[in-house]
Design a protein around this ligand. Structure first.
Ligand code: ANZ
Ligand code: ZN
Length: 830
């Protein structure tokens, strides 16, 4: 029988691969090709996004292995995180048992899919032998000055009951009622709300002492390096560029006079992108977290009260509220005295946390000026006389000709900026970034304990290396942070003075885990270091990394930061972790993202693993979204039956001949052409096109055999070629066909097929077709209509299709449109 029993075939070959350990990286590999899919979060079950992601890396890894590369293709588990805590609550279990059960299930699902991983390198981030290195890195980063402990007004998710990093707060469009809009004060009201990335609950603000990694120290390098990441999609690079938000401008120093505060007069720097508007500054404003605000709050109750409410207010509620202080600022150019405000719309961590208010030319300042009755002084005129500016209703934010600005009046904005920077001592060139430091504290249980002890006498003290890991104690059920309720965990001794002290009960953001896991795969069992520096220097960067585009800023930016920081700790010599990045598109079902939360995941097993992986690879370019449709899935299933059927029929009852006929040459060349084309497509990750080429060759071979007795050697080579070419995408099928035809060896270990004519011959052939188009047309004209089933006609037709493809590109030069039309008609008729 030629029936292909996919379940049995899969099981058998998976057994053989495991028995022969075919995916283990050889011990003597010195610079393997490192192919990595973003490791899964242990949510309980694989979803279609995972399947697509890992089908892509698996196909590419297998292709490279067949090309003769040593390939590192590992897998592991992103196993810490809040959902495990929630699931543990719901299921009356604990996060560890739940996570372990998820891992068992997901590993089995990956194995069912037949993905070829080197399981000897498996890593699990919730294991102490992994997370101890998070603690170790924390300490090294701390020693390097890259960790800060700060009281900060931070984003808080009331539902997750934890703080969030800036990058974990997403903006969501909302509809605002009109009353809300006017109440919050014109331009500052935005039609977005800020929500938690995980649960979409609107975030609030809290003032807390928190741990930060100072990723902003690397802002410039992170920004600049993007230009050189040529293997990354431009879309991802652009998202990172915007997130880093590099802005060139100036820092302007104002002398501030504080009549009552203890602090004497002091300079306050503001950051501006528009120093050309400096003469239009009518007030100075600092953020509620600014040192000046704190100083003034000590002697001024109004300021104190405002600072307190503003620090905990939600961003959407701030509007243009603010308070005038007793301080005044001296304008550096006019010497005028300007009022000084504390204003919520000035952000603590942007620029210097202080602005010069230029109501005529900045929308937010304009809104604030209206609310507080401040003067609006115009200093820029549009060069376009038709632009009418009504400064009562809004700011003019464009550039133009500077006016009312002393010696600078009459200059263009840009010239004025240049001269001000050169000539005025208080104005200096400056760059700021939108990027914020990475807040890594989480008030949750299921994460890496931060290796710090708080001592009343010694302050915060790092846990000594010999005492790492600080292990997570057993889970306790409680609202809030279980670690904070865990007395035996919390109460401890100070490593410095031996006195009573309290452990830090915050855990690390789980994005710390994923920032360096690609390094742990290099030396997974290593006990005295997180990874082997020498191996890392030889093997990195990751050659190909595949994952969803939703990771463009969080994970992919943190990973770049971590790599640079480790390089500065002399643990690495590469400064960029990933050479080539592929973002895979979404699998849709009835137009919606296929996901377990939407309840529309088609379980990978339903159609057989091989069908699923073949379908997700052949449906579309990896970066494109595509629709899951039963029909197309069926197509992937039929292709397996066809290929297997052809191999089995040939072996069991194949009639062949030895002498060569002219059309055999055509078949032989088509095999070569297909090899060349498919190789090209695999190189470019265009698996869908590789699949099309494979289908085409299968179709041609079938007709070849249906027509007459085939040339044994050529036909067999054709079938073996199909088996090898499809093996990276459909390895079980490849194996089964290979075995049928060869009776020995494994397709996964076979050499990649080479065209006997060489790749260039195929291209020459195409040119030949082009120049001999007239001859081809003759063949079709004289013979095609008489007997459409004759193989030389099939050949002629194929040639004609080829020729037409070429002609279609250069139709005017080669042949006139009318002739082409007729030719096509003829061919289609036959
Ligand atoms: C004066 C000025 C005049 C500004 C002007 C702009 C236009 P955008 O607006 O995105 O280009 N800024 C600086 N630090 C800030 C802080 N901590 N909180 C809130 N706003 C702050 O960003 C640059 C501008 O943002 C800066 O340039 C400053 O306002 C404001 F006609 O200074 B500008
Ligand atoms: Zn949340």
């Amino acid at each position: 029988t030629t029936h292909y029993d996919h379940a049995q075939v899969q099981e058998f070959w998976q057994y053989v691969w495991e028995r022969d350990d075919v995916y283990a990286l050889p011990d003597d590999a010195d610079d393997p090709t490192y192919v990595l899919g973003m490791f899964p979060y242990t949510s309980g079950t694989l979803h279609m996004g995972h399947v697509r992601n890992y089908a892509i890396t698996d196909a590419y890894a297998r292709y490279r292995r067949m090309r003769g590369d040593d390939v590192l293709h590992p897998m592991g588990w992103d196993a810490f995180g809040l959902p495990a805590e929630n699931a543990a609550f719901e299921r009356k279990t604990d996060p560890r048992s739940w996570t372990e059960a998820c891992i068992r299930r997901m590993r089995e699902e990956l194995e069912t899919m037949g993905f070829g991983y080197d399981w000897s390198r498996e890593i699990t981030t919730c294991e102490p032998d992994y997370y101890r290195w998070n603690q170790w890195f924390f300490k090294r980063l701390y020693e390097e000055g890259l960790v800060e402990y700060e009281a900060a007004s931070v984003n808080w998710c009331p539902d997750c009951e934890t703080v969030l990093a800036a990058a974990q707060v997403e903006e969501r469009e909302i509809e605002r009622s009109e009353t809300a809009e006017t109440a919050s004060g014109g331009a500052a009201s935005r039609d977005v709300e800020r929500v938690c990335w995980r649960c979409e609950t609107p975030v609030t603000r809290r003032e807390l002492d928190q741990w930060f990694f100072t990723i902003t120290d690397y802002a410039e390098e992170l920004h600049e390096g993007l230009d050189d990441l040529e293997g990354w999609p431009e879309g991802v690079r652009e998202i990172q560029r915007n997130w880093i938000g590099r802005q060139e401008g100036a820092r302007i120093t104002f002398e501030v006079d504080q009549p009552h505060a203890d602090g004497a007069d002091r300079p306050v720097d503001v950051f501006t992108t528009r120093p050309d508007t400096v003469y239009g500054a009518t007030y100075l404003a600092v953020s509620p977290g600014h040192d000046l605000a704190r100083e003034l709050a000590e002697t001024d109750d109004d300021v104190g009260a405002y600072v307190e409410t503003a620090r905990e207010a939600d961003p959407d509620e701030i509007g243009f509220a603010g308070v005038e202080t007793e301080a005044t600022a001296t304008h550096p150019l006019t010497g005028e005295e300007l009022p000084v405000y504390v204003a919520g719309y000035v952000l603590d961590d942007v620029g210097t946390g202080a602005v010069m208010g230029v109501p005529a030319h900045n929308e937010r300042d304009h809104g604030f000026a209206l609310e507080h009755d401040l003067p609006i002084e115009r200093v820029i005129a549009s060069k376009d006389a038709t632009v009418e500016v009504d400064l009562e209703s809004g700011a003019y934010t464009g550039e133009g000709i500077v006016e009312h600005s002393g010696d600078y009046s009459g200059l263009e904005s840009e010239t004025a900026r240049k001269r001000l920077l050169e000539e005025v001592g208080e104005i200096e060139e400056d760059v700021t970034y939108r990027l914020r430091d990475w807040l890594i504290s989480r008030q949750r249980y299921w994460g890496t304990p931060i290796p710090v002890v708080h001592c009343d006498d010694c302050g915060h003290v790092l846990v000594p290396d010999e005492e790492l890991p600080v292990e997570l104690p057993e889970f306790v059920r409680t609202t809030g942070n279980p670690l904070a309720e865990h007395d035996s965990f919390r109460e401890t001794e100070c490593p410095d003075c031996g006195g009573p002290a309290r452990r830090e009960t915050d855990t690390m953001d789980t994005f710390v885990d994923s920032s360096w896991y690609f390094l742990r795969f290099l030396s997974p069992g290593l006990e005295d270091a997180p990874f082997d520096t020498e191996v890392a220097d030889d093997w990195l960067p990751v050659d190909v990394y595949v994952g969803g585009e939703e990771h463009a800023i969080l994970h992919l930016l943190y990973t770049r930061f971590f790599t640079k920081a480790l390089a500065d700790l002399d643990l690495l010599s590469v400064r960029e972790p990933i050479r080539e990045l592929k973002s895979q598109g979404t699998v849709l079902y009835d137009g919606e993202k296929m996901s377990s939360s939407k309840g529309n995941v088609v379980a990978p097993r339903e159609y057989g693993a091989e069908t699923t992986r073949l379908f997700v690879l052949s449906a579309a370019h990896p970066e494109q979204d595509f629709e899951w449709t039963a029909n197309n899935v069926r197509g992937a299933y039929d292709l397996q039956q066809d290929l297997y059927g052809m191999a089995a029929d040939f072996v069991e009852e194949g009639q062949t001949r030895v002498e060569r006929k002219p059309h055999d040459e055509y078949i032989a060349r088509e095999i070569d052409r297909t090899i060349a084309a498919v190789t090209d497509e695999y190189e470019r990750f265009r698996f869908h096109r590789a699949a099309t080429e494979i289908r085409e060759l299968a179709r041609l071979l079938r007709r070849y055999r249906e027509y007459e007795t085939v040339h044994g050697e050529i036909y067999r080579r054709g079938l073996l070629t199909l088996a090898a070419l499809i093996a990276p995408m459909a390895p079980h099928l490849g194996e089964e066909c290979w075995n049928k035809l060869r009776g020995e060896g494994l397709a996964v270990e076979a050499d990649w097929p080479e065209p006997t004519h060489g790749v260039d011959d195929y291209r020459r052939e195409r040119r030949l077709v082009e120049t001999t188009l007239a001859d081809v047309r003759d063949i079709v004209d004289t013979a095609a209509i008489e007997d459409p089933e004759r193989i030389d006609l099939v050949v002629a037709r194929e040639w004609t299709y080829d020729a037409l493809a070429v002609v279609a590109e250069a139709v005017d030069d080669t042949i006139d449109g009318a002739d082409t039309g007729r030719l096509v008609e003829r061919v289609l008729e036959s």
